[in-house]
Design a protein around this ligand. Structure first.
Ligand SMILES: O=C(CO)COP(=O)(O)O
Ligand SMILES: O=C[C@H](O)COP(=O)(O)O
Ligand SMILES: [Zn+2]
Ligand SMILES: [Zn+2]
Length: 360
């Protein structure tokens, strides 16, 4: 018995009730799926390769900035056109390539603050157009992040977006309690410490509002999470707080399910195995990991360049002779591949840390 057994589509991009079934299976078996921020086909295949080799499901996501990068930094983005076009292109690419890796993939988009809602609107337009043709949305899920806004407006606006996603059985992740550090170019480095920790009453208010619309939602509840990696001691995570959310909602709705809420862990980079395990035991099904993977991708390329410097300074001529061509050293398939290998290794480590390896 593995995660594949609960899914109707076993490889490629999964949608609809398969997403809920996969997340429920995560809670039951106490593991979480890493959500990898992708910026190119190269980072996509690095993550897919790791998940395939580890026999694990995978979440691939683009941020608003990552999506614009996918489109190309040379494309204007004043109306979010690059972020919409880049996200849609990434989605079609992943839908085409993921089946070759024989694993289920949740195709997701990251954050989306108030000022970026036109980005989400544009992607939902693409979802609805795809739904008309294929009976399913283009993306498995999106995130809306109104955590910096007033709570009532956050919840009511999130509810409106869930109403739009619901006819497509599309998942929506929302955020309450701010993630510190930086996201979408918004700097939350100096945010008041208390707003980093979510209260159980807020979780119940979100749960009761959203569950009337659709069962397909998750909550990124702040427990001290911060984007980025800092020197030790600067980030104080309290994953034990997440059990209070589950217990509070469980009692309020009188369910026998010990984990009625699907929770998301933002700012995974730099966290300890112990912090991951505690969060996962409290119902976290998705862990966002970006900064550590950015660094891992760099290291392979960095080390290759430093090691082969004498073969990279001119097109022809290296320590083996002045007439020796260097094409085999500067072909991007050689040096970018080195970054892919180190990123793949780091994603595999995450799959082990989150107990996702071997779960298919
Ligand atoms: O939360 C994240 C993306 O939304 C990733 O955070 P890190 O970069 O800290 O891993
Ligand atoms: O939100 C956090 C992710 O690391 C995405 O970051 P980004 O907005 O720099 O792409
Ligand atoms: Zn946020
Ligand atoms: Zn995040």
């Amino acid at each position: 018995m593995g995660a594949s057994d609960v899914l109707s589509r076993k490889t490629g991009v999964i949608v609809g009730d398969d997403v809920r079934k996969l997340f429920k299976y995560c809670q039951e078996k106490k593991f979480a799926i890493p959500a990898v921020n992708m910026t190119s086909s190269s980072t996509v295949v690095s993550a897919l390769e790791a998940a395939r080799d580890s026999k694990s499901p995978l979440i691939l996501q683009v941020s608003q900035g990552g999506a614009a990068y996918f489109a190309g930094k040379g494309v204007g983005n004043s109306k979010q056109e690059a972020s919409i076009g880049g996200a849609v292109a990434a989605a079609h690419y992943i839908r085409s390539i993921a089946p070759y890796y024989n694993i289920p993939v949740v195709l997701h988009t990251d954050h989306c603050a108030k000022k970026l809602l036109p980005w989400l609107d544009g992607m939902l337009d693409a979802d609805e157009a795809y739904f008309k043709l294929h009976g399913e949305p283009l993306f498995s899920s999106h995130m809306i992040d109104l955590s910096e806004e007033e709570k009532d407006w956050n919840i009511s606006t999130t509810a409106k977006y869930l109403q739009r996603a619901a006819p497509m059985s599309q998942w929506l992740e929302m955020e309450i309690g701010i993630t510190g550090g930086e996201e979408d170019g918004v700097n939350n480095e100096d945010v008041d410490n208390n707003s980093l920790y979510t209260q159980p009453e807020d979780i119940y208010e979100i749960y009761s509002t959203l569950s009337k619309i659709s069962p397909y939602f998750s909550i990124a509840a702040g427990f001290g999470n911060v984007h980025g990696v800092y020197s030790p001691g600067n980030v104080k995570l309290h994953p034990e707080l997440l059990s209070k959310h589950q217990n509070y909602v469980k009692e309020k709705i009188e369910t026998s399910d010990p984990k009625p809420v699907f929770l998301v862990f933002h700012g995974g980079s730099g966290s300890s195995k112990q912090e991951f395990s505690e969060a996962i035991s409290n119902g976290v099904v998705k862990v966002n990991l970006d900064t550590d993977l950015q660094y891992a991708y760099l290291t392979g390329i960095r080390d290759y360049i430093l090691k082969n410097k004498d073969y990279l300074m001119t097109q022809v001529g290296n320590p083996e002779g002045p007439g020796k061509p260097n094409k085999k050293f500067y072909d991007p398939r050689v040096w970018v591949r080195e970054g892919e290998k180190t990123m793949t290794t780091r994603v595999k480590e995450a799959l082990q840390d989150f107990d996702a390896a071997g779960q298919l």
